[in-house]
Design a protein around this ligand. Structure first.
Ligand code: A2R
Ligand code: GDD
Length: 310
């Protein structure tokens, strides 16, 4: 299948392009000047999602049968610093993309990547959240993804377009940027081991519980949604196991011989932080036969090793 991936140079994008190419798809990488980060041999198109002209050109040049739309302002903490940019990129540009699909290639399937953050303070908080749970988003990023998902699905129903909106729960793995919890912890441990910094790791809210999946399992879920005839609608992608952030920190520190102490940094706390997210991915599992395959502790170790090698 010919697949356009937006945000192809990002953390998930690079893993997704590798996986789609390995599955034999004809991948076109939409990038904003980060094509060097995508594996060699992959065709790329220049794509700034804030430019309607760029979106139009990228879609008409690549003629995709499916688009997996990853490009976003993906950081919750940054969304508090710039809510306007977060809404423009995550919400408005997604509408622009679907408008372009309607005009140029209405048969193209759009996989829109949302977030578990959309659920926010849902009454199902603390139990595996299903796709039908009410959403009460608690930060600008969450609002931007919820609005995008709702608008895309409404427009798709009105115009007979094919949209699947995925809500991935937290994901991690080799290649993730700083600013996400496991990357933040693993990078600090690697720097301490290399004696580049004092043996103190600075952390935020360790009491939060999140549902983590290795990015390589997450991209398999995205690929399976284009390969199988999944019905339009919303799908969670999750491990269904909540893990305390503090427990993850201790596991990572346990992989190291360095004597590391922990310092809580109030600057790393969020204005509002949902205490626990755990998702039900039964719908996805039944629709496409997906389930996470990788062992969590092994993935943590591989992530730490990736930082050690940098
Ligand atoms: O920074 P770049 O040049 O690699 O591009 C990033 C891209 N991006 C944009 N693409 C087109 N037009 C823009 N104006 C624009 N601004 C940013 O989005 C990058 O390739 C991608 C985001 O990558 P990451 O921040 O590494 O996010 P990640 O973890 O790959 O997340 C993928 C999706 C996002 O929709 C998240 O909200 C969701 O999964 O969790
Ligand atoms: N980033 C970070 N750094 N978070 C920390 C730290 C730290 O040093 N210490 C504790 N935390 C806590 C945060 O307060 C939050 O409760 C939890 O760890 C996870 O934070 P992030 O890794 O930043 O993830 P997120 O849940 O805010 O957002 C990520 O997951 C979403 C899916 O649920 C992002 O990848 C989003 O793009 C994605 O949609």
């Amino acid at each position: 299948m010919r697949v356009l991936v937006t945000g192809a140079g990002g953390f998930v994008g690079r893993h997704l392009v590798d996986h789609l190419a390995m599955r034999g798809h004809d991948v076109v990488a939409g990038t904003r000047g980060s094509e060097a980060r995508v594996r060699p041999g992959i065709r790329s198109v220049s794509l700034d999602m804030l430019s309607a002209e760029d979106i139009r050109k990228a879609v008409s040049l690549s003629k995709p049968e499916a688009i997996i739309h990853l490009a976003a302002q993906s950081n919750v903490a940054d969304s508090w610093r710039d809510p306007l940019h977060t809404m423009r990129l995550n919400t408005i540009a997604s509408i622009q993309l679907l408008d372009t699909i309607r005009e140029l290639c209405p048969g193209t399937k759009l996989i829109s990547i949302g977030s578990s953050e959309e659920y926010g303070a849902t009454p199902q908080c603390g139990e595996p959240i299903t796709e039908t749970a009410p959403c009460l988003p608690q930060n600008p990023y969450a609002v931007s993804k919820f609005s995008a998902g709702q608008l895309l699905l409404q427009m798709a129903r009105r115009d007979g377009l094919n949209v699947v909106h995925v809500r991935p729960f937290n994901h991690f793995g080799p290649g993730q940027s700083l600013g996400f919890v496991i990357a933040d912890f693993a990078s600090q441990i690697a720097r301490i081991e290399q004696e580049e910094t004092a043996p103190i790791i600075r952390v935020g809210n360790l009491a939060a519980k999140r549902d983590f999946t290795d990015v390589r399992d997450v991209v398999r879920a995205y690929a399976s949604l284009i390969e199988c005839e999944a019905e339009p609608g919303i799908f969670n992608a999750s491990s269904m196991s909540p893990r305390e952030v503090g427990g993850i920190l201790h596991t990572l520190i346990g992989f190291s011989q360095a004597p590391i102490s922990i310092e809580v940094d109030n600057g790393k706390f969020r204005p509002i932080d949902v205490p626990v997210y755990v998702g039900s991915s039964d719908k996805l599992r039944q629709a496409v036969g997906w389930s996470p395959q990788l062992n969590f502790e092994q993935s943590l170790l591989e992530t730490l090793d990736w930082w050690r090698e940098r």
